[in-house]
Write a protein that binds this ligand. Structure first.
Ligand code: GDG
Length: 725
């Protein structure tokens, strides 16, 4: 049976050596709990670093055996690995870049080398255990290269990746010298998940611009594989926090703390020590409040928990000093004998105390400058079972997309944060309850277990979609089947796309005229069956090229039709081109900046050609224009299509599929063959009845039943049909 392997940098246990013996302390984190429903079943397991350098082989054996009992397998990292891969590339390069702290990015080749090496180590550890068709779910930014490494070794495996931290704008990603390798590493997965739509959008844009891979509704075609990118906002173990809040242990702690503190209003803040959390900014806002509102003195205190982290990284050492100084200054400035403004703890607390802090606090101040999701704010909401609390939440936290009933603030705007605290302190009971209730309903529903389920469902859906898209190369047997069915058919019809299908591409579109061989093929075919040339080309060119042939022609993706026995073109679809002026202006701008590009105007569409543009530049500009047009297209209800060296914008209701369907109506055809080479032909393939033969030229993902190599092979196939009846 296929198993599921969870992979993360850290295992959900930490390994400690106590008087010569190893001890494993289980992590109570939400992710570990949520994924427990997976890795604890059957043959499944979790692979990762146990959190300590174990270099002695005997000891490694012992640790491996102990971990096996917990359904885990270790990846042993050396002290150097930890320094260069973990503290180095992961935390001094990717972390600051992905959180928009570009000033802290450390560009060290040695870090990169170690990152590559440790990702390989993880890959090897997985390969030692994995079967070819297992499911492997990789977590987070320390392992961005792993999905592709795994894909190369296990091409049929189901590989998923989830990133817990933000994915920044292309403008940031492009700064990294290793941007291409990092993105290529990620697209080895079948499903790539982020917390928010913005992260997903940024990733798709970076993949488009840096790897040249476009996407359709979150689906990327990478190297003949379909990859899905989507957002999955992570939840918490809601019941655990809600139940703990009313447990005896928590109630006892709460009473003890309250007795010590007195009746002041409490503001809670809990973070790992990190510059992304906005801790100094938050303290300054509190300082300002106390400075301006003496009436709050003695009536409100902040409980500030800062959990030690990355103590060896220079920027963290500096941050710690800054926080210490700020807290010291405020406390010395405002404290009285029976009131301290900030209760500051630089350590972590056991769960019951954390739960007591959450449930006894009136306000949670969660103001990161940037955060992938942020679970603290969700845990606070779940813990406020009496609904008597207010959440102040940064707009820059992924959670703000869900918790819209919090007081949302820009954490850089100190006076806005100060005002939010005042609003929270003076908020009416009914409003507090109603906001809290709405947030609780949503967090209860979308908890961590639901998150895991939705993600895994999506993963099976993607695999299913890949299967549907998997088409077969046209082999001799299928060609024979096509020929013999064609032979017996009473009313056969053949739809042929032109460019890329019957002829190869030329740098000037007008040079791709039909050569003699092609004219003979078309002529021969029309004697056997109905032949429909279905192209995006304009009617004048097509008409001229096939002037004397009894061939049916559909031009401009279905706008025009010319029957073989007629000499005039008829309009096959309504044309409304009121939108063209706006779009043409944008396209013109991209023509000006791109030597060799030009615009072709068709009745229902505008086409931006870049065949003649210097390679690389054409692709780059096309991507820029693509995102620009996509943005404009939604306002005009238009569709942007990427063709072979062209970008076309048109009305969505005009396409080859619609035209082909209309053409066949009432025709009673008993043999249908359709050939095409790009996205515009996918509409034709989709529209064809089930028993048709649909063939896409080139080995791309397609809805067609088969793939064929190139126009030369297409011609060979068509020649076999001639004279067969
Ligand atoms: C990443 C992303 C994303 C904190 N202090 C104590 C303690 N904690 C627990 C909290 C919470 C967790 O730590 C912190 O969660 P965050 O979400 O804030 O941040 P990370 O886990 O560092 O980070 C983040 C997350 O992944 C999930 O995808 O939300 O954006 O950076 O659960 O309760 N727990 C205990 N004592 C403490 O003193 N017991």
């Amino acid at each position: 049976m296929n198993k599921t392997i969870i992979v993360s940098n850290r295992l959900p246990v930490s390994l400690q050596l106590k008087s010569g013996k190893f001890e494993f302390k289980a992590s109570a984190g939400g992710l570990a709990t949520g994924l427990g429903s997976i890795y604890k079943q059957g043959e499944n397991l979790w692979i990762g670093w146990p959190g300590n350098a174990v270099e002695d082989e005997e000891q490694q054996k012992e640790v491996t055996e102990e971990l096996r009992k917990l359904k885990m397998a270790p990846v042993f990292l050396t002290k150097d690995d930890i320094e260069l891969y973990y503290e180095g590339f992961s935390n001094e390069t990717i972390w600051p870049a992905f959180h928009y702290f570009t000033q802290y990015i450390n560009y060290e080749d040695a870090y990169w080398e170690a990152y590559l090496e440790v990702n390989r180590k993880f890959c090897q550890a997985i390969l030692d255990i994995a079967e070819p068709e297992d499911t492997i779910w990789v977590h987070d930014y320390q392992l961005l290269l792993l999905p592709m490494m795994l894909r190369e070794a296990l091409p049929d495996a189901t590989i998923a990746f989830f990133q817990h931290i933000p994915f920044p704008s292309y403008e940031i990603i492009r700064m990294l010298p290793w941007r291409k390798q990092l993105l290529e590493g990620m697209v080895g997965a079948d499903l790539i998940g982020f917390h928010t739509y913005d992260d997903m959008r940024h990733f798709l844009s970076a993949v488009g611009r840096i790897l040249g891979l476009s996407n359709e509704s979150g689906y990327i075609q990478a190297d003949h594989r379909l990859v899905n990118v989507d957002s999955f906002p992570m939840g918490i173990d809601y019941d655990k926090f809600a139940n703990a809040a009313t447990s005896r242990k928590t109630l006892n702690k709460k009473k003890k703390f309250k007795d010590q503190l007195g009746g002041q209003k409490l503001l809670i803040t809990i973070d790992r020590l990190d510059y992304s959390k906005g801790i100094p900014q938050r303290i300054r806002a509190f300082d300002r409040l106390l400075d301006q509102r003496e009436d709050f003195h003695g009536k409100v205190s902040m409980i500030m928990v800062v959990v030690p982290s990355r103590a060896k990284v220079q920027s963290y050492v500096k941050l710690k000093k800054e926080i210490d100084t700020l807290v010291g200054r405020i406390n010395s400035k405002y404290s009285t004998l029976n009131w301290v403004p900030i209760h500051y703890f630089y350590r972590s607390f056991p769960f019951e105390e954390l739960s007591a802090f959450y449930s006894m606090s009136d306000i949670a101040l969660v103001t990161p400058l940037r955060d992938g999701m942020n679970l603290v704010c969700k845990e606070f909401v779940a813990s406020k079972t009496d609904q008597d609390g207010v959440l102040i939440l940064s707009e820059m936290a992924g959670a703000s997309k869900e918790l819209v009933d919090a007081i949302l603030v820009n954490p850089n705007d100190i006076s806005a944060v100060e005002q939010a605290i005042v609003d929270a302190l003076t908020m009416g009971e009914d409003e507090k309850k109603s906001r809290m209730a709405t947030m609780q309903t949503s967090l209860k529903k979308y908890d961590i277990f639901q998150w895991v389920e939705v993600f895994m469902d999506r993963l099976s859906h993607v695999k299913q979609r890949q299967q549907e898209f998997q088409s077969k190369a046209l082999d001799k047997t299928i060609i024979q089947e096509i020929v013999s069915k064609f032979k017996l058919a009473k009313r056969p019809i053949v739809f042929l796309d032109y460019d890329g299908t019957l002829v190869g591409f030329k740098s000037r579109p007008e040079d791709a005229y039909p050569d003699r061989e092609l004219l003979e093929i078309v002529d021969g075919l029309t004697k056997e069956c109905e032949v429909v040339l279905i192209s995006g080309r304009d009617k004048e060119t097509l008409g001229k090229w096939f002037e004397n042939q009894p061939v049916e022609m559909i031009a401009e993706h279905g706008v025009w039709l010319k029957k073989g026995d007629q000499s005039e073109w008829e309009l096959y679809a309504d044309v409304d081109d009121g939108w063209k002026d706006d779009i043409r202006q944008v396209m013109d701008y991209y023509v000006l900046r791109t030597p060799g590009a030009f615009i072709e105007e068709k009745h229902h569409s505008l086409v931006w050609h870049y065949r003649k543009v210097e390679s690389g530049l054409g692709d780059l500009r096309m991507r820029e224009l693509f995102s620009h047009l996509k943005y404009m297209a939604s306002g005009h209800n238009l569709q942007v299509l990427e063709g072979n060296m062209v970008l076309e914008i048109k009305r969505p209701d005009i396409n080859k599929g619609r035209a082909a369907t209309a053409f066949m109506r009432g025709g009673d055809y008993d043999f249908i063959l359709a050939l095409g080479d790009d996205w515009t032909d996918e509409d034709t393939f989709k529209a064809m009845p089930k028993d048709s033969f649909t063939i896409r030229v080139g080995y791309d993902y397609t809805q067609a039943n088969y793939n064929i190599k190139n126009p030369t092979e297409v011609r060979k196939l068509l020649k076999q049909l001639i004279g067969s009846r």
